[in-house]
Design a protein around this ligand. Structure first.
Ligand SMILES: Cc1cc2nc3c(=O)[nH]c(=O)nc-3n(C[C@H](O)[C@H](O)[C@H](O)COP(=O)(O)O)c2cc1C
Length: 201
């Protein structure tokens, strides 16, 4: 059974929702799944200035936090993080930067990885964010399982072959219907992880 860790960071809930869809689909595909929140690093003073951020922060207090050991535990990873100026949030970067020890021991090699994101604008940097995230994964020796155009749900969700992405309005509502694309991406990540595990014998 493939072990899949779904790591997400979310200020206002979009990526948490996407991660939950991915969790359900990965379980349906037969994986052992952990849904894990990348730890918040922003000061409370910043969180409290944004009511939606504060509300989501409080609502998800009980979601287990991602630990570096989870990177070792899982055979495959899905990351879901919002776009920040066309890049990954600092919270995700901080988490990646704590993985130096595992990287040094070669323990991140051949992990299967797929990424998703959201942004406020349809051309607000979604592809750039996912590519920037994958750059770190290249250094880990991970195997990128991008969705490509492997299913009709990808076209229905806006057609991002790098990884599912969605845009959100001012109130934080998703504009495109990406649930099918998220679910397909999660199942495909489990399938590719299974292939790698079988290949390793
Ligand atoms: C500091 C900051 C930078 C952002 N940069 C961008 C951006 O470059 N392009 C964009 O379209 N949206 C940008 N956004 C909007 C976020 O991407 C959007 O709020 C997020 O995708 C919502 O996801 P969440 O609900 O999971 O937090 C930015 C938001 C913040 C707070």
């Amino acid at each position: 059974m493939a072990k899949l860790a779904i790591f997400y960071y979310s200020s206002t809930g979009t990526n948490y929702k996407m991660a939950q869809w991915a969790e359900a689909a990965a379980k349906e595909a037969g994986a052992e799944v952990k849904l894990l929140k990348i730890p918040e690093t922003a000061p409370m003073s910043a969180i409290e200035q944004n009511p939606a951020w504060k509300e989501h922060y409080e609502e998800t207090k009980d979601v287990p936090e991602a630990k570096i050991d989870d990177l070792d535990w899982a055979d495959g990873y899905i990351f879901s993080v919002p776009t920040r100026f066309g890049n990954v949030p600092a919270q995700a970067k901080q988490f990646f930067d704590m993985a130096g020890g595992l990287w040094f021991q070669g323990k991140l090699v051949n992990k299967v990885v797929s990424a998703m994101t959201s942004a406020q604008n349809p051309h607000g940097g979604q592809e750039a964010t996912i590519l920037n995230l994958y750059t770190t994964m290249f250094h880990w020796g991970a195997i990128i399982a991008s969705p490509g155009y492997t299913d009709d749900s990808i076209f229905a969700g806006g057609g991002n072959p790098y990884g599912t992405s969605v845009s959100v309005d001012q109130d934080g509502n998703m504009k495109e219907d990406v649930e099918g694309a998220v679910r397909h991406q999660a199942k495909r990540t489990v399938q590719v992880t299974d292939m790698i595990l079988k290949g390793q014998g």
